[in-house]
Design a protein. Sequence first.
Length: 101
Amino acid sequence: MTIKIHKLATKEFDEAVEWYEIQQNGLGKRFRSVVVTQIKKIKKNANWFLTEDSNIYKIYIPKFPFKILYTIENTNIIIWAFAHLNRNPLYWQSRIENNPN
């Protein structure tokens, strides 16, 4: 399976890493590391995780208030959001609706 990350998801991930690094030196790197570990888990066993909605899967990021939201499409895993748990829970759904695929 191939991991693809929506461009807005990439942006919110980069912003979170930067924000955590500003809060405490090394915390952004730790956030990045935990996210990479979770993505590896998704790639290894994508269907194993909880569903957010009918075909939207989610995996929480330990020790950080975030979850990764993704779909499985053929041989691709598409990450739509690195969603903060205190943010409007549906803000990212237009990404799927506006997806040209």
